[in-house]
Design a protein around this ligand. Structure first.
Ligand SMILES: Cc1cc2nc3c(=O)[nH]c(=O)nc-3n(C[C@H](O)[C@H](O)[C@H](O)COP(=O)(O)OP(=O)(O)OC[C@H]3O[C@@H](n4cnc5c(N)ncnc54)[C@H](O)[C@@H]3O)c2cc1C
Length: 453
């Protein structure tokens, strides 16, 4: 172990593995630590789906074929009664998450990464307003490690970020209502699934309040599916496993299916941290709340945040600085490549979580909400209602005035939040004033949506 590293990374999920790969490749002296043993790195309950556009952005297009467990051509979204389904098109993969993490870590090791598994980050070392390294626990002994920059990629543990001063934006805690508790099983079905390259999402407030249940076939593994259910946290809705068994696994298609794997975890479903960086520290992936708030997919955006942070770290170290201002380009990069869309989708998430089953069924079956709306939403984070559409939706929607009103409100606030995020501050000095404006708009919006439900 060296006396000082350029960077120490806590956690080797996809976010930490991607950062290790990018930073070691750039020639920096990097130490990565994870509590888990090497063979368990990347082993976390997941739906395993990832959009191709993320891998393209990350230059991971040519993944070895043995990492790919399934190809995806689109997602069918079912209404609560399952009488209507919308297809959102788009290419993607089901990826073996353990192999993906090992693939990235092995490349990082080839470029000189130093790796410590079975090692826990206990606390950051903060001196003169900067993070200067970490206290680690390894083989029962406490060890101090110095680093110019510390990256927290520890997922929900937020092992570093949660122990930083409360006035640093990276330390902002997650409210449970801004999370989903998700549980999934990998099962082998007796019979295969039709159209195995189509993922299925079922929105149903009875089975999955504030979330949804899903069925993702592994098209390259005959008869294997990933089936799971997520429920909004902090609302007393209970655990996701019970409704998964009651409403989903009781269906005929799962009879005599074989359980291969099971597990659950918390998923942050909100806008990203207002800053991924501060003095001597950066936060990436779930630890920075980078997950898509509507569908809960977080691997692609976790790696995008790691990529943006890595670029900023390399540039800052080149000029010998590690302060928030010099690292700020990480925020600009993340906002431009995912954060703006994520913040806009978060506005939609709050609306969707409050919508009763009857409104969703009505909206989807009568054309008040349409397939093209969901395609635009998933691609661009917009809810685009054309003028002609508006007139039609108005006539039909008048039978559900509260739905119409909420749709108008959500569309208006999605635009306002987009405009605000497009003017994300260029320096840390301007962050408090900007954040104040964001919070007051979001509070106003929540009062309208939650007040109207
Ligand atoms: C049931 C479920 C289904 C999901 N489905 C999908 C999906 O289909 N597609 C998708 O894109 N996303 C999905 N997600 C979300 C996705 O799994 C996460 O967004 C993503 O894995 C986050 O990666 P990460 O690297 O930020 O964190 P993690 O994968 O959580 O990695 C954190 C790492 O930090 C380590 N660590 C923690 N504390 C410490 C410490 N003190 N010291 C050292 N190491 C530490 C852990 O051991 C772990 O290896 C799903 C999540 C769940 C729960």
């Amino acid at each position: 172990m060296k006396s000082e590293y350029d960077v120490v990374i806590v956690g080797l999920g996809v976010a930490g593995a991607y950062a290790s790969y990018a930073l070691a490749k750039a020639g920096l002296e990097v130490l990565a630590v994870d509590i888990k043993p090497y063979e368990k790195l990347g082993d976390k309950p997941c739906g395993d789906a990832i959009g191709k556009h993320h891998l393209d952005f990350l230059n991971l297009t040519n993944l070895p074929p043995d990492l790919v467990e399934g190809y995806v051509r689109g997602i069918d979204i079912y209404s609560p009664s399952e009488s209507v389904k919308f297809r959102v098109t788009g290419d993607g993969y089901l990826v073996d998450r353990i192999k993906l993490v090992h693939y990235l870590v092995e490349r990082a090791l080839d470029s000189g990464l130093e790796l410590m598994t079975k090692t826990a980050a206990v606390s950051p070392i903060v001196k003169d307003g900067f993070v200067r390294g970490l206290v680690l626990l390894r083989e029962g002994r406490s060890v101090e490690v110095s680093a110019k920059i510390t990256i927290d990629a520890s997922g929900n543990a937020r092992a570093v970020a949660r122990r930083l001063p409360s006035d640093w934006p990276v330390s902002e805690e997650l409210k449970m209502v801004d999370s989903n508790i998700a549980y999934r099983e990998v099962r082998k079905l007796r019979d295969g699934v039709e159209e195995p390259e189509i993922l299925r999402i079922y929105v149903n407030k009875t089975a999955a309040p504030g979330g949804y249940w899903w069925l993702f076939p592994y098209s390259r593994r005959d008869g294997y599916v990933n089936v799971g259910l997520g429920i909004q946290g902090g609302r007393g809705y209970g655990d996701p496993k019970t409704p998964l068994y009651r409403y989903v696994l009781s269906r005929e298609m799962f009879r005599n299916s074989e359980l291969i794997e099971a597990g659950g975890a918390l998923v942050p479903t909100r806008e990203a941290l207002s800053s991924l960086v501060w003095n001597g520290v950066a936060v990436v992936g779930d630890a920075a709340y980078t997950v898509n708030p509507v569908h809960g997919g977080g691997k692609g955006s976790a790696m995008i945040s790691a990529s943006c942070v890595s670029e900023a770290v390399v540039e800052s170290l080149e000029i010998g600085r590690v302060d928030a201002e010099s690292l700020w380009t990480a925020n600009i990069c993340y906002m431009n490549n995912y954060g703006i869309k994520q913040a806009v989708l978060n506005v939609f998430r709050v609306f969707l979580q409050e919508l009763p089953n009857e409104d969703i069924d009505f909206g989807m079956s009568r054309g008040v909400i349409r397939e093209e709306d969901l395609n635009a939403l998933s691609l661009r984070g917009h809810l685009e209602l054309s003028v002609v559409d508006k007139a039609y939706r108005l006539v039909v929607g008048l039978r559900r005035p509260s739905l119409l009103l909420k749709l108008k409100t959500v569309s208006e606030y999605m635009s306002r939040v987009k405009t605000l995020y497009e003017s994300y501050p260029q320096t840390p000095r301007d962050l408090p004033a900007w954040l104040h404006r964001v919070r007051s708009v979001l509070n106003e919006y929540r009062a309208k949506i939650l007040g109207a439900s």
